[in-house]
Design a binder for this molecule. Structure first.
Ligand code: BGC
Length: 364
């Protein structure tokens, strides 16, 4: 079968032919890959800044944002059947007995760093015609979400972040109101999905992103009823003047300098969520000013990576709600679909579109 793999040695990404995977235990499921999303992490994997092939192998099959269709289930699998649509989780737990998060089913909080991630860290991903997975790591998706469920995994980042924010903010027992104000940094797929999740949760949300207006991301944002402010045209101070300080800042740009600049927009008692992984950058930070701001305003700065099983369930449910709230909105976020042969050009941006690129393995 066809798969897309990165070969770190030759710095190559290409379509290869690999044997079809078979069920190896009664708890496994064989899945036909329908679609795989491409994101910034994939670019880092291809550029060898992040992730690695499985132990002893010279290549890594890429892809971690996946939608598939069950083709075969092991005899002990009761909750899935052939024809079901599924989204797989990405991370698998580390083997260490002392890692209480992994042992409790929360490998997103792994403390040893010995976890694996399909398509990223020492485990093959989903950019292949078929894959086999334990039923435990698969989430069932309703048929009506066929066209958009490939967005489940990037949405789980926001689901986990919002769940954490809600938890942190129980520190304010008097605060009973829904929502508040939010600013999202970066109008890429993670930012736009994050903004939709924030709006759904009742936050009055603003998108703050680099490109000056007009541009396709600004149009996309505004079509969702999400005001768009360009960081090229308006400094953070102006953003605050126009939109007020934010109870939640959701960073989804992965650029440290801009991320820290936006710290100025955080309201007293607010939570700042970092989701992006920045490359190396030189910058000037006023650490003293930041420390004073955090302490004097009871602020929380939260980093978040990966997601738990309940975040996948929440994301699937939210995709359904988003479709009802913004008809056609999720569909418009997917701005191009490509064949596997184009993966290298899509991931490096040569054939990439302006929001979300998807690789199509099967139209079934
Ligand atoms: C993925 C996460 C993963 C992280 C770090 C992100 O793009 O969505 O599942 O944990 O990269 O590898």
């Amino acid at each position: 079968m066809k798969a897309v793999a990165v070969f770190p040695k030759g710095r190559e990404v290409k379509v290869i032919d690999v044997p079809e995977p078979r069920l190896r235990s009664p708890t496994q499921v064989r899945v036909r890959t329908l679609e795989v999303g491409v994101c910034g992490t994939d670019k880092e994997v291809v550029e060898q800044k992040h992730g690695k092939p499985p132990e002893g192998e010279d290549h890594l099959i890429v892809g971690h944002e996946c939608l598939g269709e069950v083709v075969e289930v092991g005899e002990q699998v009761k909750n899935l059947a052939p024809g079901d649509l599924v989204v797989p989780r990405v991370r698998r737990p580390c083997p260490r007995a002392e890692c209480t998060p992994c042992r409790a089913g929360y490998s997103d909080f792994c403390v040893t760093g010995e976890y694996t991630e399909r398509g990223i860290q020492a485990a093959h991903g989903f950019c292949a015609e078929l894959f086999v997975e334990e039923a435990l790591y698969l989430h069932k998706v309703p048929r009506e979400l066929r066209g958009v469920a490939v967005l489940t995994e990037p949405l789980t980042i926001a689901e986990k972040a919002l769940r954490e924010v809600a938890h942190v903010q129980t520190r304010m027992p008097w605060e009973k109101k829904e929502g508040g104000r939010a600013v999202v940094l970066g109008a890429g797929p993670v930012g736009l999905l994050g903004a939709m999740a924030l709006m759904r949760a009742g936050f009055q949300t603003t998108m703050y992103s680099r490109a000056p207006k007009p541009n396709p991301k600004a149009e996309m944002s505004e079509s969702l009823g999400l005001p768009y402010v360009s960081s090229k045209q308006h400094r953070v101070e102006e953003l605050v003047k126009q939109r007020g300080r934010a109870d939640v800042v959701y960073e989804a740009a992965g650029v440290a300098s801009v991320g820290f600049e936006l710290m100025k927009a955080l309201a007293p008692n607010g939570v700042y969520v970092f989701t992006g992984v920045p490359g190396s950058e030189e910058g000037e930070l006023d650490e003293g000013e930041l420390m004073k701001q955090w302490v004097m305003n009871n602020q929380v700065v939260l980093g978040t990576v990966n997601a738990a099983p309940e975040d996948f369930e929440a994301a699937v449910a939210d995709l359904g709600r988003f479709r009802a709230k913004w008809p056609g909105g999720l569909e418009r976020l997917i701005t191009a679909r490509h064949p596997p042969e184009d993966y290298a050009e899509v991931v490096t941006g040569r054939k990439g579109s302006h929001i979300k690129d998807i690789i199509v393995f099967s139209r079934g």
